[in-house]
Design a protein around this ligand. Structure first.
Ligand SMILES: [Zn+2]
Length: 150
């Protein structure tokens, strides 16, 4: 995978990802452009969120927008995306078929999609990349590193 021209001017968001996740997000984005143009004419997409601080994640959890108080976004291993209609409006209905269609493209880059939330609904705008590592394992390692720093 190479970093070709980005369809989405989201370089600062991409830089929030770990290098291997960043490569996947770029490859996914580049694959999504011709796909959405061919299959959902008039729609576009963009990456909306990558790395989060602990405080941001806790706030989303408190607001009922995430099941987790610490998740893959906190480690730069997840990104969210938005589908935009022809008028430039963000389609917030995750059941719009473009979400699953674009999300499923990430599977060819070794990503995880869809993630099913505690509510039983898919987290339709969310893609993760963490080959062979569980969230509890990465939190455990992160805690050890934090302890070594103090
Ligand atoms: Zn997410």
């Amino acid at each position: 995978m190479t970093e070709t021209v980005l369809a989405i001017p989201a370089i600062q968001l991409l830089n929030g990802l770990q290098p291997e996740a960043r490569k996947r997000a770029i490859a996914w984005s580049n694959a999504c452009v011709p796909f959405i143009n061919a299959n959902f004419p008039g729609l576009t997409f963009r990456i909306t969120n990558t790395r989060r601080t602990s405080a941001e994640q806790v706030a989303l959890n408190t607001g009922g927008l995430s099941d987790l108080t610490l998740g893959w976004h906190n480690f730069g291993l997840a990104w969210d995306f938005a589908i935009i209609d022809a008028s430039g409006h963000y389609i917030t209905d995750g059941s719009h078929p473009a979400y699953a269609a674009l999300g499923n493209i990430s599977l060819q880059f070794g990503c995880h999609y869809p993630i099913i939330m505690k509510s039983g609904r898919p987290d339709s705008d969310h893609i993760e990349f963490h080959p062979g590592v569980t969230l509890s394992e990465i939190i455990h390692v992160s805690n050890i590193i934090d302890e070594l720093r103090t």
